[in-house]
Design a protein around this ligand. Structure first.
Ligand code: SF4
Ligand code: SF4
Ligand code: SF4
Length: 245
């Protein structure tokens, strides 16, 4: 019997689901080993009989809380896919305003029709078995995790910072160019793609376990960032950590 997989979207840009469809060759191979029974972005048919649930998006409504609890009840394995699901991600920017203000800004006079609550990651509502962080999540980690699940093995995320992969890629550190970066406290796994592409790390994969935040703040300040700038930088993807403390 092939395991049955469902993909479910909550509040997000749905880019992580789109990323699965972009896997093309790997997806064809995957379909030989699993049955995808629920994937709104890709197919019309849908079934509530699934073993593995991939969740794309943060939980930002009361209706979302009920729905994710229902999915958790059905799925033997539940995976948070992408930064929105793993960390709350950019959705948590709204947590720094009142929900009333948010509704008014987005829906104006129609605000009273809508349900909104502070954004939160999936594991703030139900237990999560595995995480695929990144905005969007990373193909290699997705394939490694699916293979591990099929072989009944565990998959682990790297617990070292992006700087390690950045150095392995041969990049010149952006701090040496007078710029700033969250690489020293951010979980690796993306091969430092942003720095390699000429930018800096915004922390989309979340923090390593036990990050040295004080040291990161100190170096950001030394390179000209104010406390407000630093908060803004961390809040971009990791705002939930701050409000949930
Ligand atoms: S993690 Fe990024 S790419 Fe994925 S759904 Fe959220 S915003 Fe979109
Ligand atoms: S550019 Fe960023 S990720 Fe790369 S070594 Fe410097 S601080 Fe680390
Ligand atoms: S370099 Fe940083 S922001 Fe870019 S993908 Fe990696 S973790 Fe995300």
């Amino acid at each position: 019997m092939k395991p049955k997989i469902g993909f479910f979207d909550f509040t997000s840009c749905e880019g992580c689901q789109l990323e699965v469809l972009n896997f093309e060759g790997e997806l064809v191979e995957l379909l030989k080993l699993v049955d995808i029974v629920n994937f709104r972005e890709a197919m019309t048919e849908k079934s509530d009989d699934y073993d593995i649930a991939f969740i794309d998006g943060a939980i930002t409504t009361e209706a979302g809380i009920s729905r994710i609890k229902k999915i958790r009840k059905q799925a033997a394995v539940l995976i948070a896919m992408g930064t929105c699901a793993c960390l709350g991600g950019i959705n948590c920017l709204k947590n720094f305003r009142t929900m009333e203000e948010n509704l008014k800004i987005v829906y104006g006079d129609a605000a009273h029709y809508y349900d909104t609550i502070p954004a939160r990651p999936v594991d703030a509502v139900v237990p999560v078995d595995y995480y695929l962080p990144g905005c969007p999540m990373n193909k290699d980690e997705f394939i490694t995790l699916v293979k591990a699940l099929l072989l009944n093995k565990k998959a682990r995320l790297p617990n070292y910072p992006v700087c390690v992969e950045c150095k392995l890629a041969g990049n010149v550190c952006v701090f040496e160019k007078g710029e700033t970066c969250l690489g020293p406290v951010t979980r690796a796994g993306c091969k430092a793609i942003c720095v390699t592409s000429g930018r800096h790390c915004w922390g989309c994969r979340g923090l390593v376990n036990d990050p040295n935040i004080d040291s990161e703040k100190e170096i950001l300040q030394k390179h000209g960032l104010t406390t407000a700038d630093i908060l803004e930088r961390f809040r971009h993807f990791n705002g939930y950590l701050e409000v949930s403390k």
